[in-house]
Design a protein around this ligand. Structure first.
Ligand SMILES: Cc1cc2nc3c(=O)[nH]c(=O)nc-3n(C[C@H](O)[C@H](O)[C@H](O)COP(=O)(O)OP(=O)(O)OC[C@H]3O[C@@H](n4cnc5c(N)ncnc54)[C@H](O)[C@@H]3O)c2cc1C
Ligand code: FES
Length: 258
């Protein structure tokens, strides 16, 4: 793992919806080596533990990364109070990131709620070969669709209450796509019940699938045991670190039943 820690300037801030913010941060060290699916670990004054946030997009020419986060508790509330011109204390890029196939591969990118951001960098990598499915509770929560549409014409939004796009879960368009044609890989990030459902559908269609797992974290670099996740191996169940061995895992290896 090649990562650095530093104080980096925030050069852009956007409020995407009521409690969701986007920050663009200038860091040559992080942007130059980051790959989609990795995360940064952010320190905030007054909080002993860093907060893990996925890298949403990477601009290697401009030396910037973008993060998109929801205000959940006091840490992300304080993060949302930072502004353009402030610096941010980050370690990154951390974790393994998604496996990138040849750009001409046909892939499906699935984001659920605040698991949608890492799919932005994936969509810019695969372009028009990507089909992007995003799921949200309702239309007030829908984010990042302009970014997806800039990269590919194949975008689908699902909302649980039907207030925008398809009424229902991301597995509906996923299953329709897999029935119609062959895809080389499905990538997913979002809540565990969604990842489990995506893993079941992709296994039924014998399509490789990678999932980005979320787990509470301490150090973020594999030195404590806070972030373990159960992974199936030939010898049985193994406990892996989401921060170091993940956050991306092969969906077939994850022990979904606890
Ligand atoms: C690899 C990874 C990538 C993530 N990417 C994003 C992202 O792109 N956008 C986004 O909005 N959120 C993301 N999260 C979730 C984000 O880290 C939590 O929402 C955040 O840490 C909550 O901190 P808080 O102080 O606001 O909330 P509190 O609930 O007050 O946090 C208390 C403690 O619990 C930890 N914690 C709480 N929820 C989570 C969680 N879901 N995952 C890990 N630790 C948690 C906090 O880090 C803190 O140490 C990601 C989590 C992981 C593990
Ligand atoms: S957060 Fe410490 S080992 Fe993963």
């Amino acid at each position: 793992m090649r990562y650095t820690q530093g104080f980096y300037p925030i050069i852009g801030k956007e409020n995407l919806s009521r409690d969701i913010f986007s920050l663009t941060i200038c860091s040559h060290e992080i942007a130059s080596v980051a790959v989609p699916g990795q995360f940064v670990h952010i320190a905030l004054p007054g909080h002993s533990l860093r907060r893990p946030i996925s890298i949403c997009d990477i601009d290697k020419n401009a030396h910037t990364i973008r993060i998109v986060f929801a205000v959940k508790g006091s840490g992300t509330r304080d993060l949302s109070c930072l502004n353009t011109g402030n610096t941010i204390d980050m370690i990154g890029p951390l974790g393994n990131g998604f496996t990138l196939l040849d750009r001409s591969s046909k892939v499906i990118l699935i984001g659920g709620g605040i698991g949608t951001p890492p799919m932005v960098a994936m969509a810019s990598y695969y372009g028009g070969n990507a089909h992007v499915i995003s799921g949200f509770r309702d239309k007030t929560m829908v984010i990042l669709q302009d970014e997806f549409k800039r990269n590919t014409p194949n975008t689908y939004v699902c909302t649980e209450d039907g207030s925008e796009g398809i009424k229902g879960f991301v597995t509906m368009p996923l299953e329709e796509l897999l029935q119609k044609e062959h895809f080389d890989m499905v990538y997913a990030c979002g809540p565990i019940p969604m990842l489990r459902a995506v893993a079941q559908v992709t296994e039924r269609y014998d399509t490789p699938c990678e999932v980005s797992m979320e787990q509470h974290m301490g150090c973020g670099i594999g030195a404590c045991l806070v972030c373990t996740c159960k992974i199936k191996t030939e010898e049985g169940i193994d406990f892996k670190h989401v921060c170091k061995n993940g956050p991306v895992f092969d969906a077939r290896e994850v022990e979904w039943n606890g």
